[in-house]
Design a binder for this molecule. Structure first.
Ligand code: CAA
Length: 284
């Protein structure tokens, strides 16, 4: 089995940036690709800040942080991912955009490199269908914030080769994560269970069952969640939550997964959560 030493990450946003950081800290030569120079510069600055913070908190030495930074390369030309043993895609949650990325990766990486997606709910089988080699396409679903969250949900598509799954599980564990398998149904396990709960919290608010801060206090104190569901929606992004509910409704052919009207309304109003400074709660 060919060992993974070079990790390529497509997308330098919150998820891609976090995945790249964790890979580099774990010792992998890591290349982060994004289409805009501004996006990769922002990612590099975030890495510098978070690694400095880790040194300050004595979670790593300054030499270890420098070594991690030295293993990271930021590129705006996708061809520079050609040396990757695995490409981990973390672009926008749009099936047509992902199809284009996977078709390009399939044409560029023509050996036994792995093509992984960090999709949070889109079917792996559907993404794999954009390639001629669906047996090497797999879901590698990380959680936000990636450096902190321990889980990688590993999802096989219909055609994923067992060796690919084993290599991805080994990689996730080498990155300090716990890999847990799930099957390729819309939302997998994490978002199949989490998002309807968040959606239900919006219904509870919309129907006046309690005020948002009380819904969150009840769930935090009563269920021991680190964040209440509405605060978590702000953290994830209300647009992402609504989109995942739409994917569940479509993928599971069941209207009970439709986004709550209030969630949709806030998205339309531009109240997307932490990224706009106002979602359910004001955070800026
Ligand atoms: N990147 C890196 N590190 C971060 C971070 C980020 N974006 N946000 C927080 N952290 C770190 C902080 O730096 C802090 O470390 P230090 O002690 O070095 O400062 C540590 O996490 C704890 O943070 P805080 O002390 O500020 O706050 P906290 O104790 O409340 O923890 C939290 C913050 C880890 C985010 C915690 O509230 C939590 O676990 N929340 C739930 C997160 C969750 O459910 N994530 C999954 C979302 S769903 C998803 O990702 C999947 C999907 O498909 C939508």
């Amino acid at each position: 089995m060919h060992n993974i030493t070079n990790v390529g990450v497509i997308g330098s946003g919150q998820m891609g940036g976090g995945i790249a950081q964790v890979a580099a800290v774990a010792g992998f030569t890591t290349t982060v690709f994004d289409t805009s120079a501004g996006a990769v510069a922002k990612c590099q600055a975030t890495h510098a800040k978070l690694l400095a913070r880790a040194v300050e908190k004595e979670r790593m030495t300054a030499a270890e942080a420098d070594a991690a930074k030295a293993r990271l390369t930021y590129v705006t030309d996708m061809d520079q991912l050609a040396g990757s043993d695995i490409a981990i895609e973390a672009v926008v949650e749009d099936a047509s955009v992902k199809a284009k990325v996977f078709s390009a990766l399939d044409a560029m990486l023509t050996g036994n490199q792995i093509l992984a997606t960090n999709t949070s709910s889109i079917s792996i089988t559907e993404i794999a269908a954009a390639t001629k080699t669906p047996e090497r396409v797999i879901g590698m679903h990380f959680f936000y914030p990636v450096p902190v969250m321990k889980l990688v949900e590993v999802i096989n598509g219909l055609a994923t080769d067992k060796q690919v799954t084993d290599r991805v599980i080994n990689l996730a564990e080498a990155m300090g994560k716990t890999a847990v398998p799930a099957n390729d149904r819309a939302g997998f396990v994490s978002n199949r269970v989490l998002m309807p709960m968040i959606n239900e919290a919006f219904y509870a608010w919309m129907e006046g069952v309690a005020q948002p801060e009380h819904i969150d206090a009840i769930m935090k104190l009563g269920c021991n969640f680190p964040m209440g569901p509405l605060r978590l929606a702000d953290f994830i992004g209300l647009d992402t939550c609504a989109h995942i509910m739409d994917v569940l409704a479509e993928g599971l052919c069941n209207d009970r997964y439709r986004p709550c009207p209030l969630l949709r309304q806030l998205v339309v109003a531009g109240r997307l959560g932490d990224k706009t400074g106002h979602g359910v709660f004001k955070t800026a």
